[in-house]
Design a protein around this ligand. Sequence first.
Ligand code: SF4
Length: 351
Amino acid sequence: MNSKKTQLKGLTLHELEELFVDGGLEKYRAAQVFNWMYNHKVTSFHDMQNISKTLRAELDDKYTLLTLEKVREQISQENETRKLLFKTVDGHYIESVIIPDDGRLTLCVSTQVGCPLDCKFCATGVMGYKKNLTSGEIFDQYLLAQLSVTFPISNIVYMGMGEPLINYENTVRSLSIFSEELTTGISLKKITVSTSGIPHKIRELADTGLKCKLAFSLHSCFEDIRSSIMPINEKYSLKDNLKALQYFSQKTGTRITFEYVMLKGINDRKEDLEALKKLCKGISSKVNIIPFNSVAHTNPEGISAELQPTPLHAIHAFADRLRDANITVLLRDTRGNDIAAACGQLAITEQ
Ligand code: SF4
């Protein structure tokens, strides 16, 4: 047995073909293996029934398909939201969340173990950064999550732990697998990548031709306030990000989703409302209003410890005023709060 097996999960069809041809296999074998691992979701070469036993043994000797192991699944009593805890082969833990909503099943995937960006309202940020996930580890969250539910996952958001555009190469490779003609299940139109804002990477993503959607963590229309809750804004200003988002929207023909977590006294004032209305008028967009979920379970310090949610009635009023200005607004419920699976709550607090 070969002790250093090459990982196949996370390779695109083209990469798989190159690898197999270099290894002396026929090119068409790549499509067979691709179909088994990404569409039939098998995790062992021995289950690939249209491949001879001898070749299956040869593949098993050289290659591996194992990236993640599911170690726990929690189901919210409130609404059937499921939080899945996975362990990577190199011993890190990550979380994914499956959210049922109006007949749809949305999967929220992680792209990093922890996150280096330290957004003050986010539990993952408080946890710090450990590593980038591989494209296989990103894609496998979808494959394993689908095995946990009876209905097909209909949408995917790259909105779990981590900043996808910092782990750009692996994020794009995982999106490319979804975009392959051979891949069944979910099309890129149903996939949204969420970013805190890295302008040159937003442009680069637009230039790939991958037709996914983009969500931008806005949270304030004022540079100084945004910097105080999202330190990344000091490096990449809102102004530069808005130009990049405009480019993305025009190039891909998609609407940008502005994510807006409601923080009492910080971004829910009258001037915030007016600034948000103005900002939305300048770009093809919609607004996703998110009630703030406490990050108290991470024992936060500084501004994180002081953040308070905007009361629900004030959130509704804020959303209504945006609608009055003909802005499309989605008001997200707090899903899976009882299992810390709601937006901004993902953090590994045990093991
Ligand atoms: S909100 Fe996103 S980018 Fe910010 S710290 Fe959390 S995971 Fe990282």
